[in-house]
Design a protein around this ligand. Structure first.
Ligand SMILES: C[S@@+](CC[C@H](N)C(=O)[O-])C[C@H]1O[C@@H](n2cnc3c(N)ncnc32)[C@H](O)[C@@H]1O
Length: 222
């Protein structure tokens, strides 16, 4: 199948199973108008995030990498009344767009955006742990560090979801000089040897190309 076919299949899936949502559509339009890169999750992946969050009855979510708040809105919609989502974003201009998108979605009361590099903001979250679900989708070289923080800020039963773990198959290249590939390879090593988690990853194809998503269940206390 060609890249175009993969996109068409993504559209077929979304047409059947993902509601056409004006608020999410407006979030993407506002992000594009503000010049943000189109590196948000695809609609069918956004719905997967929401379903996973709902399935485990999550009340507290941590997201690393906000961009314009598209995945944030999907995840926050899984929260019950009184639930909370903290999302970390390094770029203040992106955070401003996300803030407006989240407000338009009526989720300002549940979502807090912390602006700054994740390695600077993550330590401040220790007093708010444990989180029931952590979604890691920021700079890829930082993923191993964010994964270790995610485990630290979780409890047995929490889910950790990591995006972009396959990178069009470049994950196989041990001597790659691409720091994003090396970051993901290191993440796999950590996930494979950490006795506190049990996980897997699946390859994905579609409108966002060939990539993958890892899902890990925290099985033991940090
Ligand atoms: C792939 S985008 C996030 C997409 C978003 N999760 C979605 O699907 O709608 C990655 C985001 O991480 C942010 N980022 C990059 N480095 C970061 C860092 N060190 N700390 C926090 N955020 C960072 C980028 O500015 C960008 O907005």
């Amino acid at each position: 199948m060609s890249e175009t076919d993969f996109e068409e299949v993504d559209r077929f899936i979304a047409d059947h199973l993902v509601d056409d949502d004006p608020v999410l559509k407006a979030a993407l339009e506002a992000s594009e108008a503000a010049g943000l890169p189109g590196i948000n999750v695809a609609p069918n992946q956004g719905k997967l995030l929401k379903l996973l969050a709902q399935a485990i009855g999550t009340r507290k979510i941590l997201e690393v990498g906000t961009l314009g708040g598209y995945s944030t809105i999907w995840l926050a919609r899984a929260l019950p009344p009184g639930g909370r989502l903290v999302t970390l974003e390094a770029n203040p201009a992106y955070a401003k767009v996300a803030y407006a998108n989240i407000a338009r979605a009526g989720l300002s009361g549940a979502v807090e955006i912390r602006v700054g590099r994740a390695m600077d903001t993550l330590p401040s979250l220790a007093s708010e742990a444990p989180f029931d679900l952590v979604f890691i989708d920021a700079d890829k070289p930082g993923t191993p560090d964010y994964f270790l923080w995610a485990v630290r800020l979780s409890r047995p039963g929490s889910l950790i979801i990591v995006d972009n773990v396959v990178r069009e198959g470049a994950i196989l290249e041990a001597s790659s000089d691409d720091q994003s590939v090396q970051g993901m390879r290191r993440f796999f090593e950590l996930a494979a040897t950490d006795p506190r988690v049990s996980g897997t990853a699946i390859q994905t194809v579609g409108g966002k190309g060939h990539d993958g998503i890892a899902i890990l269940l925290v099985t033991a206390a940090a």
